[in-house]
Design a binder for this molecule. Sequence first.
Ligand SMILES: [Zn+2]
Length: 622
Amino acid sequence: MRTSNWILTAALLVSISAAAQQATDSQTSAQPSAPTAAELATAPPQQAAPAPAPQPPAQSDAAQASQPAATAPAAPSAPPAGQLAPPAPVAAPATMDQVVNLFIEREHGLIKALSNRTPVVETYLQNLAADPQLGAVPSEDHYFLGRLDMGETVDRKDYLKEEDKTMQSRLLGGFQKLYKVQYQPMGFSWMVYADRTDFDREHYDFRYVRREFLGEVRCLVFDVTPKPKSGHGRFLGRLWVEDQGFNIVRLNGTYYPAPRNSYFFHMDSWRLNLIPGYWVPAFIYSEEGDFSAGVKNRMAFKAQTRIWGYDLKKGGKDDELTNIRVDSVTDESPAQQDASPLQAERVWQQQAEDNVVERLTSAGLLAPEGDVDRILQTVVNNLEVTNNIDLPRPVRTRVLLTAPLETFSVGNTIVISRGLIDVLPDEASLAAVLSHELAHIVLGHNLGSKYAFNDRMLFSDDATYQNLGFKHIPEEETAADKKAIELLKNSPYAQKLDNVGLFLKALQARAPSLGALLTTHLGNPLAENGTVNRLTALATQGPALDNNKLDQIAALPLGGRIKINPWDDKAEMVKTAPVAITSARDKMPFEVTPFFPRLARFGANAAQPAAPTTAANTNAGN
Ligand SMILES: [Zn+2]
């Protein structure tokens, strides 16, 4: 599994040097720690992480008593299945030195607690070019999706396979002019921890800076510098530590020093308190580039890395033996006879649909049914009612958790990606992309009945895209677009199709440089070879795209609408107050931006602090 080839590509370097170079460099550090290739290969097993034992009480008990010291405030006796046992409470520290000891210990505790987890990890990267009017705009993009093995070394396994390319060439960026740069997906995931192996006082100096609130959470801020001669690739930057359990909640910085001819990214890494006592890595933003006058190195990119699916269950707790309700086993259908041929066909299709939805959910690609679906279903319902559509089974919707813009349908379930919901400017545009899939359903373009055979669900998660696919033939695509426009024109959205036209124009304007965002993995693409091919009849509708009109919002940046709970994958609508746009550069259609989640403690403001979903609510950026 961890072949040297893979480890090579898993290093955190933008490197023009070969492995030999890195191997040489790593010799110089006695205690290998950081993510150069050879170092990863020789990294010693995780030292026994100190058990989070209770600290001896601090000197001034009375003075500190008012400070809530327990890390597991609201936790009930035993955590539900799949959850981690919260760490033992810590006594309130009296000095900053003690605080440093505590968060070092908590970091090792987190590394140990997550070591058997393999969450989904997605990196979406946009290379940037300077535009006189819009500033830095995407010139091309890259997409990586995989599973993160948080064991001994942090490792990453890809979902995406491109047959004819080697791993090396697949990761090549587009800067051959100055550097032959490699984007190594692992690099974007490394900052889940400050230092996987040597996060301690022997390797680092810690300097307290100040107190600061991140969202609702009061933090102690520390600057961290590697000690001289402590080896290559040590963390250099700033840490935010929450002041109750002394967990690190944010890391911001880079690694230092870099081996010769290599370069480490800058990163901003955020954690969320989704389970009692632990703050789990959730978002990492990376950015490089400088467009100021006279800068020769034009290498510039920005990238979002998201981690979710920490608690993927095969089956889930509803399937636990104790929860099986025997009384529901009997078939209570009124017609106590065999299904008619048409009924059988429908049941068969539903079986396929259920299989696919369940499989995609367990692979960490589909959010469980939730609040977002209620909004999507309302829009679908608006289309159905005004068009007198009466289907034998209700249309369901689900959110695909990934960034690439895509929709597909299987049976009566319409799936729409998080990235696509994010960038749609309004409800009419949402209705338009949903109407295409509803049209497939209405026209009976059923795909995927072969998935009613359960053997076809038996594949490893990272082979999902090789085993499932819902692409229609061109004739069905054309027919669905035609029908979709008919549905829209009868719907409450008929008067707002100008907005849809505007969105399609904005998509067309960026399509040539956003190939990866527009590469679908399960359904038909919205654009191919840089040309939008979805709902083209609407593309000429509406006003011309005009960057100078500040009130014309044709498409939104990524990440503004949907928030995923990285622990249980639940999707929430983000409620953010609108921010006034003051220049064309503020529009950022289809672009990635830094993360700034509003941090909250687990269970804060929640009626039922034991349920992880409530943490998602409070973390949903209200
Ligand atoms: Zn289609």
